[in-house]
Design a protein around this ligand. Structure first.
Ligand SMILES: CC(C)(COP(=O)(O)OP(=O)(O)OC[C@H]1O[C@@H](n2cnc3c(N)ncnc32)[C@H](O)[C@@H]1OP(=O)(O)O)[C@@H](O)C(=O)NCCC(=O)NCCS
Length: 170
């Protein structure tokens, strides 16, 4: 998977050197509330997360969660990428940003670039997304990009009900 450049962003693969950023992002209350607690509490945990999660996915699927940086300064702002999980038939898009970078349209720009990658490089015809119904900002990002709500689903039997959105190759 190659580095993706958009107007304002550079989206690239994670490396173990991104552990400090992962440690901060995965402990944001917004990440824990909307995505889940990945139990990453120190730099060693963060390095392990990068290797077992994104890096393993690049090797297995050719895609995975990537680091989103601001082109102008190189600062790390968030993560975005395609995920293939056991619980879902289709590949889904995941994304999260540090709160100080919210509401500037960065999620919109990163998810849009990820969709284009999905259609053109990963040769997918359908990409889904799962969100907490209460996550207004996330639902807004998806609806603005043309995702359609399909149904409520649970990832695990004891999980909360999540909204399943889908978009098809244009
Ligand atoms: C969801 C998230 C990625 C959005 O990132 P972002 O860069 O702020 O998104 P954008 O700026 O591209 O767009 C956000 C949209 O939601 C709107 N929005 C933001 N906060 C909102 C809120 N609390 N209520 C309603 N709308 C909200 C914005 O106005 C914007 O819509 P607009 O373009 O019509 O003005 C970010 O809030 C985040 O990282 N949340 C924590 C992790 C998470 O929930 N990830 C998604 C898991 S499914």
């Amino acid at each position: 998977m190659e580095t993706i450049e958009t107007e304002r962003l550079v989206i690239r693969k994670f490396s173990p050197a991104d552990a400090p950023f992962i440690l901060e992002l995965l402990n944001e209350p917004s990440f824990i509330k909307n995505i889940g607690d990945r139990n990453v509490r120190n730099l060693a945990d963060a390095e392990k997360y990068i290797l077992d999660g994104p890096t393993a996915s690049y090797a297995k699927n050719g895609f995975g969660l990537c680091l989103v940086t601001l082109k102008a300064t190189g600062v790390s702002m968030g993560m975005c990428g395609l995920i293939k999980r056991e619980a879902l038939e289709n590949v889904d898009v995941g994304y999260a940003f540090l709160p100080r970078f919210w509401s500037k349209g960065y999620a919109n720009e990163a998810v849009n670039a990820t969709l284009n990658y999905g259609w053109q490089v990963a040769k997918l015809n359908r990409i889904v997304a799962i969100t907490d119904p209460k996550n207004t900002a996330s639902n807004r990002v998806l609806e603005k990009l043309g995702f359609a709500f399909e149904k409520m689903i649970k990832l695990k039997a004891d999980d909360i009900d999540l909204k399943l959105y889908a978009i098809h190759k244009p």
